[in-house]
Design a protein around this ligand. Structure first.
Ligand SMILES: [Fe+2]
Length: 259
């Protein structure tokens, strides 16, 4: 781990005092990104990470959760953490240069009995209890809901990655209700707000309080670029500044030390 303020901030997993004092406005947090170089299907190399970080900074992003894919069926947590550490060491100085605080996390693909998997607690975002879960791209059943319940019972704060991408598979609307009625944080990708029809759906989810947080889920500079600001602009236009403030406040609260 590279030493210095940014590294310390990652170790602490909390917003640094530097950011807290930056102004009255809440820092803009990107909760989902594939910014780390050479670890998954996201950024290919440090140069790409640097450009993605700069682009994010230009959009006002102050904190980025680095959430590379973790697949329990083809990787071990130990190996993943080692690769993530190597990638982080490359990305941290670039993030510091861009003025962005990087937090170490993972996008954990759902697997049965994941709540009991050894070492799963090491995949939370920095040292928070937030676990970003990528659900299966198919219809869910009570089995998945029970597993989410077990994770909640274990004390995780669950964040469901890009809910908009699974909606079409869920013909049983009761399953979605089951998600909404649980204390689960629903993250949408900024992209979900950009198309007309889907954009309306995403806006509605935020309006109804069923979606809570935003991520860019950026993978590169072309097909899946950093685009948090575009999504935020839609929220501001359709739901007002208050909604954005609500999103930012929740994000900051989730990363702040518990009282
Ligand atoms: Fe992702």
């Amino acid at each position: 781990m590279a030493m210095g303020m940014t590294a310390a901030a990652v170790t602490n997993g909390r917003l640094s005092s530097k950011l807290r004092q930056a102004g009255e406005r809440m820092p803009i947090i990107d909760f989902h990104s594939h910014i780390l170089p050479g670890i998954d299907d996201g950024s290919r190399n440090p140069e790409m990470s640097r450009d993605m970080l700069r682009q994010s900074a230009r959009q006002g992003v102050a904190v980025m959760a680095a959430t590379p894919h973790f697949y329990g069926d083809r990787d071990t947590i130990g190996r993943f953490l080692k690769r993530r550490q190597e990638a982080l060491e490359k990305a941290l100085p670039l993030a510091e240069e861009a003025g962005i605080e990087l937090l170490a996390g993972a996008e954990v693909a759902y697997f049965d009995n994941m709540s009991q998997a050894e070492g799963i607690e090491t995949l939370t975002l920095a040292d928070t209890e937030i676990l970003l879960v990528e659900m299966p791209f198919r219809a869910w059943s009570r089995r998945e809901i029970q597993e989410l319940d077990r994770l909640l019972h274990e004390g995780y704060r669950l964040m469901l990655a890009h809910l908009e991408r699974y909606l079409g598979f869920q013909k049983d609307k009761g399953i979605l209700e089951a998600i909404y009625e649980r204390p689960i944080f629903v993250q949408l990708n900024a992209e979900s707000l950009l198309g007309f029809w889907n954009g309306q759906k995403a806006v509605k989810l935020f309006k109804e309080g069923r979606a809570h947080l935003l991520g860019s889920d950026c993978h590169n500079l072309t097909s899946r670029p950093p685009n948090l600001a575009e999504g935020r602009a839609v929220i501001e236009k359709k739901l007002g500044r208050g909604k954005l403030a609500e999103i930012d406040e929740l994000g900051e609260q989730l990363l702040s030390p518990s009282p």
